[in-house]
Ligand binder design. Structure first.
Ligand code: GLN
Length: 483
């Protein structure tokens, strides 16, 4: 039962082959048995899940239908869930029970999903390895000595290990696409503004975007359908109609213009990944796509710009965690300043403190023009590169990551080495564009992802290309040994 995709589950439930309650029991038992190896959950919500499953079964018995009605999922632990711990992977929020549901959580619950739990993540979504979580590192089910990617590593490891069919995640600089690549999943970062950020604990507000992590493009379409849409509570949410994503899957790729940026194949890229990217290009050519070399000349500036903008926004967003209103509070503060200092010093981990310091520095008087303003100018150049490229092509294709998943601990002493791994993903966040990573092969037994980028609001096009690719390849069906 645990091997089923969301689409298969929807058909099974509709055909009354099993109930949502039965499926939920099976998956909860599987999580109890296997998750100790992975550490992919921070909290399990068995009671809530069984209640939601029974309610979904009752709705189906009353004639209601829907692809998500009775579908088991989990939420990354930065989506607020009413009455349930929402930790953001941090000691700071270890005791925080959200007083309301995030819009994404509420929308998916209304569609009938069953919440099995809250998934592990890098602290405040800062990281590319899921090693900065207060709740411990997550392991990659493809090789337990390797990282699953981050920051949505818990969602990725759980879905890859068939503990559940799909999960929510967020992507500020790659945190949906990179863990998808590292664990052989399909992950979609929507256009900025497509999915509400209300109730999603902020890391860098101008970059953060929620989206689906699943095994197939077909399932990403189903989950995105339940997440996307205008939300008056989020002033950056965009009031555009949500298309039928599942209906977009079957378009022909005949004549589709795919751009492959020449800058992607620089010295930093593992040549074995380059080869798998070329193979995916050939596969899409067979389906009728036309390949064109393009250029994204400002790509080389994206990492330094991102690692100024994201920490700058984080330093501002995280100032609310002061030990006064919510979150961790130190014991016996001597005075207010001592309360702030020790609560924040004890509550935040090393990487979060590093980013707050970098961000506050970049925003301070005298440095603002040199760093923050400069970074914002680069951001515009990165966007302009994409706009020029999309005048010539319909999709941009390349590697999701320069290397496969590294060993746990390998980059712990060198944060910049980890930042460099985000080179292919962060540009989409800087520009606000949608991006998808799909399974495209293996290197040393570890999965490799190919990234597709599209113009604003063309999530359907990304899902279409990935689905057609998945109809003709079987990388996405491979299962990690032992799961
Ligand atoms: N690795 C990037 C960072 O640490 C992106 C993280 C994310 O997308 N949340 O900022």
């Amino acid at each position: 039962m645990h091997h089923m995709t969301l689409a298969e589950i929807a058909r099974g439930l509709a055909d009354k082959k099993f109930s949502s309650e039965e499926l939920t029991q099976v998956l909860l038992a599987r999580i109890a048995q296997l998750d100790p190896q992975l550490n992919s959950f921070i909290s399990l919500t068995e009671e809530l899940a069984l209640g939601q499953a029974k309610a979904a079964d009752a709705r189906r018995a009353n004639g209601e239908t829907g692809a998500l009605l009775g579908a088991p999922i989990a939420h990354k632990d930065l989506f607020c869930t009413q009455g349930i711990r929402t930790s953001c992977g941090s000691k700071m929020l270890d005791n925080f029970k959200a007083p309301y549901d995030a819009t994404v959580v509420a929308k998916l619950a209304a569609a009938g999903t069953v919440t099995l739990g809250k998934t592990n993540m890098d602290e405040f979504a800062m990281g590319s390895a899921n090693e900065s979580s207060y709740y411990g590192a997550v392991k990659n089910p493809w090789n337990l000595e390797h990282v699953p990617g981050g920051s949505s590593g818990g969602s990725a490891a759980a879905v890859a290990a068939r503990l559940l069919p799909a999960a929510t995640a967020t992507d500020t600089g790659g945190s949906i696409r990179q863990p998808a690549a590292f664990t052989n999943l399909t992950g979609l970062k929507p256009t900025y503004g497509r999915v509400s950020r209300w109730g999603m604990i902020a890391y860098a507000s101008s970059l953060d975007q929620g989206g689906p992590l699943a095994r197939t493009a077909e399932d990403c379409a189903i989950l995105l359908q339940g997440m996307a849409g205008f939300d008056p509570n989020d002033s950056t949410s965009i009031d555009e109609p949500v298309p039928d994503y599942s209906a977009s899957l079957n378009g022909s790729l005949q004549g589709l213009r795919i751009g492959v940026p020449k800058e992607y194949f620089s010295a930093g890229l593992d040549p074995r990944i380059a080869e798998l990217v070329h193979n995916s290009v050939k596969e899409l050519e067979k389906l009728g796509a036309v390949i064109k070399e393009i250029s994204l000349p400002n790509m080389q500036h994206a990492i330094p710009a991102y690692y100024v903008i994201a920490p700058a926004e984080a330093s501002s967003n995280l100032s609310r965690f002061d030990g006064v209103r919510f979150g961790h509070r130190c014991e016996n503060p001597e005075n207010l300043v001592d309360l702030y200092k020790r609560s924040r010093g004890e509550g935040f981990g090393a990487e979060v403190q590093r980013r707050i310091m970098v961000g506050a520095y970049a925003l301070s008087a005298g440095y603002y023009d040199a760093y923050y303003l400069k970074a914002q100018k680069i951001r515009r150049l990165v966007k302009n590169d994409f706009m020029a490229a999309f005048n010539e092509v319909d999709i941009i294709l390349g590697p999701t990551t320069p290397n496969p998943a590294w060993k746990l601990g390998a980059k712990n002493s060198d944060p910049i080495a980890e930042y460099l791994e985000d080179v292919y993903t962060i540009t989409a966040n800087l520009a606000g564009l949608p991006g998808l990573s799909m399974p495209a092969g293996f290197v040393d037994g570890l999965p490799v992802g190919v990234q597709l980028l599209a113009p604003y609001f063309q999530e359907g096009r990304l899902l279409n290309v990935a689905h057609q690719y998945q109809l003709n390849t079987d990388w996405h069906t491979r299962t990690p040994t032992g799961f």
